[in-house]
Each structure stands twice: as C-alpha cells, then as structure tokens.
Design a protein around this ligand. Structure first.
Ligand code: GAR
Length: 209
C-alpha cells in the first residue's frame, strides 16, 4: 500500500475526488495517511475529519517558510508518506521541503501549463480569449507551477462560457486527472527524460544492436 499525504488550503474538492477514487477502487494500492492544512478553517480539513481521516493543521501565516515547511515535512515522515499531493495548497514550498521529497510531490494547476501559472489561471485563460483550456498535474520543482508534466486534460472554451462556468468545467476535469496521474505515478512504470514524463509501455524501445 502506498501512503498519500494531502496538503490543502481551502475547499478540498480535489482531495475529496481522490478519497472517492480510493473508496471506489480506482486507486487500489493507495491510502490517505494524513491530510494537512495550512489554514485552520479550511473546509477541506473539516471534510477530512468528517471522513475519519487523520488530520493536522500547521498555520503558515506569519511564519518563516522554512520553519513551517520543516514541521509539515516532519509530520509527513511520521505518517510514512510515500507521495505528497498538493490539492489546492496555495503556498510556495521551500527548497528544503522539495529536496526532502524528490519527484515525490504532485501538484494540480487549473491551466494547460506553461500557460497561466500563478493565481486565477482560469480567469487568465478566459480573459486571454483561449479556445482551449484545461488542467495539468505535474511534479513539483523549485519554480512555481513548473515541474515535469504527468498529464493534462483539455476542454473547449465555449462562446457561452464565462470565467465561472469555465472554472467549473475545468474543475470536473481536475477531479478525473488527479486520480489518473496518481495511479500512473504509483505504478512506477515511467521514466523522466529532461522535462518529459514517459510511460514505460509507451516509451520508444531501446534499439537492438
Ligand atoms: C483547484 O482548481 C486547483 O487546481 C487550484 O486550486 C483549486 C483548489 O480547489 N490550484 C492552484 O491554482 C495551484 N496553483 P479545491 O480546494 O476544491 O481542490
């Protein structure tokens, strides 16, 4: 069994979609070891408590990043976490934290990266007049919304959309994408070449001499 550590700051709908995937057998070798929030009244934290999952809060406001992250990393280690899942965790991670979990931190972002990193990605895509939008699950590196991409899901931007309806339809894709990406990463059947994530079954065979 692989143990997931979920970090969240708010609503927690991506976390709940992952918990549902586990319950419904779509992530058969995964369990949620701990849900950690950096905001005391994050609705996602309450939802985790209601599900009877282990939870912890480390309020980040006003604390030095490295000190806060050291507490979070210690908690993840105590709970034997194999893979760290950022699910609407709206705080940059310190380089020390990232180095402590090399290629073991995933993030979801509501745009087709590298377009529109940062805040309000859906609004940015809408205002730019994009005809296609979507979401990206990627490994976390030391730059914002930047690491190696595991998978993306795209949708058409409709002429009837506003930023709100577009966000809702992207969120529905996020809920599918995150569990799919976690399953792929937990399978271990991939390799990383430069910025490219390659599934071993899809990777080009090594030429025979
Ligand atoms: C999601 O749309 C997620 O992609 C986004 O925050 C939202 C969290 O929703 N994350 C980022 O923008 C990270 N850069 P949720 O709390 O309902 O999962």
């Amino acid at each position: 069994m692989k143990r997931l550590g979920i970090l969240l700051s708010g609503r927690g709908s991506n976390f709940l979609a992952i918990a549902k995937s586990i319950r419904e057998g779509r992530l058969p070798n995964a369990e949620i070891a701990i849900v950690i929030a950096n905001v005391a009244d994050a609705p996602g934290l309450k939802a985790a408590q209601d599900l009877g999952l282990p939870t912890a809060v480390f309020v980040s406001k006003g604390r030095k990043r490295a000190e806060h992250d050291a507490d979070v990393a210690a908690c993840l280690r105590e709970h034997g976490v194999d893979l760290v899942i950022l699910a609407g965790y709206m705080r940059l991670l310190s380089p020390e934290f990232i180095a402590a979990f090399p290629n073991r931190i995933l993030n979801i972002h509501p745009s087709l990266l590298p377009a529109f990193p940062g805040l309000d990605a859906q609004q940015q895509a809408f205002d730019y007049g994009c005809k296609v939008a979507g979401c990206t699950v990627h490994f976390v590196d030391e730059h914002l919304d930047h690491g190696v991409i595991v998978l993306q899901r795209s949708i058409a931007v409709l002429e009837t959309d506003d930023a709100h309806s577009l966000s809702n339809r992207i969120l529905a894709e996020e809920h599918v994408a995150y569990s799919e990406a976690i399953a792929r990463v937990l399978s271990g059947e991939y390799r990383i070449e430069g910025r490219r994530y390659l599934r071993i079954s899809e990777a080009a065979p090594t030429p025979v001499k």
